[in-house]
Design a binder for this molecule. Structure first.
Ligand SMILES: [Zn+2]
Length: 137
């Protein structure tokens, strides 16, 4: 855990609080429809598949594959101390896609469809960000 994290931190709202609370527990939490069982991300009150409002939060596996990525070289305010980093769209095992980062994979080894697993980055005492790393299991 770092006391010196200075980059912008996402602020949970009513719809995303359970996601960020789960991240602090090192669990990837997603909304799931209690009627048709579809997982969804981002969270929203009504199921986009069957329109049900009967919803629960469930723990996802944390596994997925890299759907798309880019290597960011531009130094945006707040990120100027970062070297090139990978921003990514990860297709989760449960189906939804999440925008995140891939960490710990060299630029010449990152590739679409590579297996990934969630990595819970405790950036401050009360904030954990969900990133992904190579899943070698
Ligand atoms: Zn549904």
């Amino acid at each position: 855990m770092s006391d010196t994290y200075t980059r912008p931190i996402p602020q949970a709202d009513e719809e995303s609080r359970e996601f960020y609370d789960g991240a602090r527990r090192h669990e990837l939490m997603l909304m799931r429809c209690k009627d048709c069982r579809a997982w969804r991300l981002p969270s929203r009150p009504r199921c986009p598949d069957c329109w049900s409002t009967d919803t629960a939060w469930e723990k996802a596996s944390g596994r997925g594959t890299l759907y798309s990525f880019g290597v960011m070289h531009q130094k945006f305010p707040g990120f100027s101390e970062d070297g090139p980093y990978h921003y990514a769209i990860v297709e989760l095992e449960e189906g939804p896609r999440i925008v995140s980062n891939v960490v710990g994979v060299p630029d010449d080894e990152i590739r679409v469809d590579m297996p990934l697993v969630a990595y819970f980055d405790d950036v401050s005492d009360d904030t954990t960000l969900v990133r992904f790393m190579s899943d070698k299991s």
